[in-house]
Write a protein that binds this ligand. Structure first.
Ligand code: URA
Length: 442
């Protein structure tokens, strides 16, 4: 078998056999197939796509390129969650303890932020002492004891994806549904959970800019998960505007704790409850309605918050910061971005606001960049709010004034004020299961 022929077949819109896909992935991971040949194949896939069988074979080959984690040492149904990435998307910090407080098991490996999107591991590391690297036994013990553990991705989880993603990133082949779906689902299958809830974002801050593309990606990923024997559901949620008010690592932990204490932002609370209810549904905790009630009760009675604190303590973190936010380290400099006119907030571009957070030091331009856990921003005006000239639109936090100067320009361009009240988008557009797509405005 020759990589040249495999590229030629896909270039001519042919269908690759299982053996050809396994040959390409195996050879690429062990260094027999050079980057330039894999880059050519990726571009051919970008143009010509793959059918369902090809995507499943690709995903399985990528999953099996490293460790396939066995979670059987953890009692009960293990439910994973994955977001395709967003700005201010701190829902994992909220839904994981809700699900654990209701009897589900969340053994979750999360990623770091890259570009304008944040990552759960960076947020967790803003909690003093919190360890995101545990031995496998510590990970299992924490889930058995607390109902959840949130850690970083193990080094050898789907190494094919790591290599392929790096190549896609520099060959303009990231935005391809077969490649995104296989990338995400290979890691989910390798992580060993029984059920998977996918949060597929759509809008200016998401990979999938349109609802139709987001639904197509969701359908592809749900089919892969179900085909591999994992119950899988996807919600399509909005990422045209950031979720909640706070963007930046420690700031997002604080905002998540406010939701767990029952006084969080409405949009963030609503999306988190729906995600948690769907995870509980996948874990057979009742009908969706029952699961919504369970999730709300876990917030109202404080068990979700206490569950999160217990996990933080079990992983070496100082949970007192979650009760007294003044104990979090603070950014030395802050600045208000003020409205220049009266009117309505007509645009809060999620991607540009995410970039503002990166400029402030809260995110990474490249994988190697370091982040400042105190940096970020708090929005005071969201889409559709009324403003008067001079009102604060947002407070920016950073290490120095030069960062604030650049971030202020970026934030100002991300927000538009208009005399006309805009139509605000729904928070959740659709729910996708193997056999059904329910579209709604939630
Ligand atoms: N997230 C991933 O893990 N992979 C992609 O290709 C895109 C988003």
């Amino acid at each position: 078998m020759r990589m040249y022929d495999i590229i030629e077949t896909k270039k001519r819109n042919g269908v690759l056999s299982d053996a050809e896909i396994k040959f390409a992935i195996g050879g690429f991971v062990d260094g027999q197939i050079p980057d330039y040949q894999m880059a050519a194949l990726l571009m051919a896939i970008w143009f010509n796509g793959m059918d369902a069988r090809e995507i499943t074979t690709l995903t399985t080959a990528m999953a099996h390129s490293g460790d396939m984690i066995d979670l059987s040492a953890i009692d009960g149904k293990k439910i994973d969650k994955h977001s395709t990435g967003g700005v201010g998307d701190k829902t994992t910090l909220i839904v994981a303890p809700i699900v654990a407080a209701c009897g589900g098991k969340v053994a979750k490996m999360s990623g770091r932020g890259l570009g304008h999107t944040g990552g759960t591991v960076d947020k967790l590391e803003s909690i003093p002492g919190y360890r995101t690297v545990l031995t496998r036994q510590e990970f299992f013990d924490t889930v058995n004891k607390c109902g959840l553990s949130l850690i970083g991705q193990s080094g050898n989880l789907a190494p094919a994806d790591k290599k392929l993603y790096a190549l896609r990133d520099v060959t303009a082949t990231v935005d391809s549904i077969p490649l995104i779906a296989s990338s995400i689902m290979s890691k989910k299958l390798a992580a060993g959970n029984d059920c998977i809830l996918l949060d597929v974002k759509t809008g200016s801050g998401a990979f999938m800019k349109t609802l139709d593309a987001a639904i197509e990606l969701a359908k592809t990923m749900v089919a892969i998960g179900e085909g591999a024997g994992r119950r899988t559901v996807a919600l399509i949620t909005d990422m045209d505007t950031p979720l909640g008010f706070n963007i930046g690592n420690a700031l997002e932990v604080v905002e998540s704790m406010e939701v767990l204490k029952g006084r969080g932002a409405d949009d963030l609370t609503a999306v988190s409850l729906e995600l948690a209810a769907n995870m509980l549904y996948l874990a057979d905790k009742g009908s969706l309605e029952d699961c919504r009630r369970l999730a709300k009760r876990a917030i109202a009675d404080g068990t979700a918050f206490e569950t999160f604190c217990a996990m933080v303590k079990a992983q070496g973190g100082d949970d007192s910061v979650l009760r007294d936010y003044d104990k979090f380290p603070k950014a030395p400099r802050k600045r208000e971005v003020r409205a220049v006119a009266d009117g309505f907030i007509a645009k809060t571009n999620a991607e540009a606001i995410g970039k503002t957070a990166v400029i402030l030091g809260a995110g990474r331009e490249t994988k190697e960049s370091s982040i400042d856990c105190t940096a970020g921003l708090v929005m005071h005006k969201k889409l559709g709010d009324t403003v008067k000239a001079g009102d604060s639109l947002a407070t920016l936090y950073a290490a120095n004034d030069a960062l604030l100067d650049s971030a202020q320009i970026c934030y100002s361009a991300a927000v538009a004020i208009s005399a006309v009240k805009p139509v605000t988008p729904p928070l959740i557009y659709a729910r996708v299961t193997l056999n059904q797509i329910d579209r709604f405005r939630f």
